[in-house]
Design a protein around this ligand. Structure first.
Ligand SMILES: Nc1ncnc2c1ncn2[C@@H]1O[C@H](COP(=O)(O)OP(=O)(O)OP(=O)(O)O)[C@@H](O)[C@H]1O
Ligand SMILES: [Mg+2]
Length: 283
């Protein structure tokens, strides 16, 4: 900002000098005025750029700070529980059935911590462009049917009807089947979590306008306009009071995977409920 101010002052002085130059110095005056105008324009452009850089630097810094706080919180909570459980077993306070239960709880915490760290590594690798997977021609109807079948039990356990609505003809995309399944799993898991009993979750796929489009729609509580696209940011969990133990990484990983496939993911109008759509390149 200081540099921009100096240039602006220099430009102003050059302009003032131009006005002060006697009339007979016509060409010199024109040159000076032109220089002054160019200097002022340059200063203005520089000032805008510096302000934008400063703002995006502050935004990046803030995002980094929030992420460190979220990771610390998500690590600290299960670690604190683990410590208490270990101490109870170590002190001999927990014996017999209680000890067995505590050991089970410890196992759950360790699994959750491992999953969190795996997700974080995966996200940072994809975002750094370190992608080691291969893309192939994938027939989406089979892949969606398999994923839906695998998720049917958790859906039914909550009284949610999970279904796939697929076209009669093949839907072919260029994709990595395993990563694509991960995206579908994340979206369906979210939909089931946020849909009350008797609600429904539907997965659809179609070839549209030279792209392949997939959607997961539910008729649950929906995502508020205030949350909007921020739900795709890492660790963003919307209203904490209604989130169920999730780390807030599912949609961030899904977006990273879809973008690494050359596609796009967004929230479409799903009212009532939520509709997440994404595109893939056709095969
Ligand atoms: N189908 C949905 N309906 C309503 N809210 C949703 C839906 N999907 C996502 N959200 C909101 O977006 C937030 C972010 O979703 P995301 O999948 O990234 O994280 P999470 O589900 O909380 O945790 P994780 O996926 O890591 O287990 C959720 O916490 C929830 O508030
Ligand atoms: Mg999720």
């Amino acid at each position: 900002m200081k540099r921009a101010a100096i240039i602006a002052i220099a430009a102003f002085l050059a302009g003032a000098a131009a006005v002060a130059v006697p009339h007979w110095m016509g060409i010199a005056q024109v040159v000076l005025v032109a220089l002054a105008v160019a200097g002022a324009a340059l200063a203005a452009a520089l000032a805008v750029r510096l302000a934008m850089e400063e703002r995006s630097r502050r935004q990046i810094e803030e995002a980094r700070r929030q992420m460190v706080a979220a990771v610390s919180h998500d690590l600290r909570t299960p670690l604190a529980s683990l410590r208490l459980l270990v101490e109870a077993i170590d002190d001999g306070v927990a014996t017999g059935e209680t000890r067995e239960r505590y050991l089970g709880e410890m196992q759950t915490h360790v699994e959750a911590l491992t999953a969190l760290i795996d997700d974080l590594f995966e996200l940072s690798r994809i975002e750094a462009g370190e992608i080691s997977w291969t893309m192939r021609q994938v027939e989406l109807r089979g892949l969606i049917d398999d994923t839906v079948a695998a998720m049917r039990a958790p859906a039914e356990a909550r009284g949610v009807v999970l279904a796939a609505e697929l076209p009669a003809e093949e839907v072919l995309a260029q994709a990595n089947a395993e990563k694509l399944q991960r995206v579908l799993f994340n979206l369906i898991q979210n939909a089931i979590r946020h849909t009350p009993a008797d609600g429904s979750v539907t997965v659809r796929a179609r070839s549209a306008g030279g792209n392949v489009e997939i959607e997961v729609a539910d008729d649950g509580e929906g995502i508020s306009a205030a949350d909007g696209e921020r739900v795709f940011d890492a660790f963003y969990r919307g209203d904490e009071s209604r989130s169920e133990d999730g780390a807030g990484l599912g949609l961030a990983i899904s977006r990273a995977i879809v973008e690494a496939h050359g596609g796009r993911i967004w929230l479409d109008d799903g009212a009532p409920g939520t509709r997440v759509r994404f595109t893939l390149q056709p095969a």
